[in-house]
Design a protein around this ligand. Sequence first.
Ligand SMILES: [Zn+2]
Length: 237
Amino acid sequence: MMRKYLEQSRIQDFSSLDYAQRRYEVEKYRNIELLRLRKAKSKNYKQQKKNYNKTIDYIHLTFDERKKIVFEIAKKISKSVNLRLFAECIDKIHFDPNRAVKSIDEQAFEQLVTRFESYLKIYSKIANSKQYGLLIHDNNQTVAKRHTELMKKFHKGGTLWTHISNIIETPLFVDSQLTSMVQMADLCGYALRRYVENNETDLFDLVFERGDRKNGKCVGIRHFSDANCQCKICQAH
Ligand SMILES: [Zn+2]
């Protein structure tokens, strides 16, 4: 949604067409392009087909229209005071696989589980009754197996920092295309990534509002990076 589609820029007066015409023109352009790649036996054929499939639902919208939707959702997220965002942004340059016992993915998962569990414990005290949480994951078969096993391990022996008593079950895995909450989480991930990698702040500033905070500090989101990093995440952490 947040990329420019080359073919849209090549269709004359694209923005003045109606949705059906836009869709027709883009599909026509794409079919010609795929045919050309297939005839040339190009190794890009498969990848291009995949890229086209990923964007097929949005081709009737201009780049500005798509961007507007994403920002509207980000604004909704930023104003939803009951939302708490937990995230771990690991800079691979600063992650030393020889010193780390865990993979990047496992470290990130353990951090998130720990912070979510701590949050549920605090929330239970405030609510004066035990509060439970559940993890819902975007489905990915490799990750599903590993994270289910990790979660079982955390249930038995805790994470490095806490025992687990408020998060129930192993994660549920869903098809993100059908699950709007996972898509919202995806949007938050995208905003964080664009900030730490490209220093883009517009989306980031909106979703960062929802980072879980304790005594004024944003404890829910961490940037695993240079110890002297001056980014907004590190400053607020
Ligand atoms: Zn930082």
